[in-house]
Structures are given as structure tokens and as C-alpha cells.
Design a protein around this ligand. Sequence first.
Ligand SMILES: [Zn+2]
Length: 113
Amino acid sequence: MRNLERYKRLLLAKRDELSAARDAAAALAPPAGDTEGDLMDRANADAEAELQTRVHQTDGRLLRAIEEALVRIRRGTFGVCEACKSPISKARLEAVPWTHLCRDCKERKHSTA
Ligand SMILES: [Zn+2]
């Protein structure tokens, strides 16, 4: 595929971005034992912690998807839908280079889920 190098750069850039965001979030996390305070503060801290956890889970999934896409580039299977084996459109790969499903299969998956 002609644009492979380009997609690889996109994937690596996104991976760096996510890793940096994760490091920054870890640096911002309050040190253990610093959660004393009145009930309202405590509730806010809990909500914040929950939000951070959710953000991390999403990032983790995306990071894994990016790693898998990089593996597919190495194997020469990048840009092919894993469900129907059709080529994934260029526009879709530009927007979400880590995808492993074409638009049709992605939508089908959503409608059956
Ligand atoms: Zn497909």
C-alpha cells in the first residue's frame, strides 16, 4: 500500500500523544494521603478519580488498537477489514488509522450490539 509510511507516522504520533497525556495525568494525581478534607472535597476527589480511571481505560484501549495497527503494518495486512477482508477506505484510515473494520462492518457491529 502506497500510504503505509504516512499511516505509520500518524499512528506513532497518536501513540506518543496518548503516552504523554497519560504521563501528565499521573504527574497531576495527588499523592497518597492527601485526600483529607470535608465531605464535599472528598466527594469531588472521588468523582475526579473515577473520571481519571475512565479516561485511562479509554486511552488504554486506543493504545492497544494503535499497537495492533502497527503490527498489521509490519505484516502487510494494514488497511484491510478484519471482518469482510475488503479494503478500508482511505478517508476512514485518515480519520482513524488504528481501525481494523471498514465502515460497513463497524456499523453492523454497532447495530447488533
Ligand atoms: Zn468490513
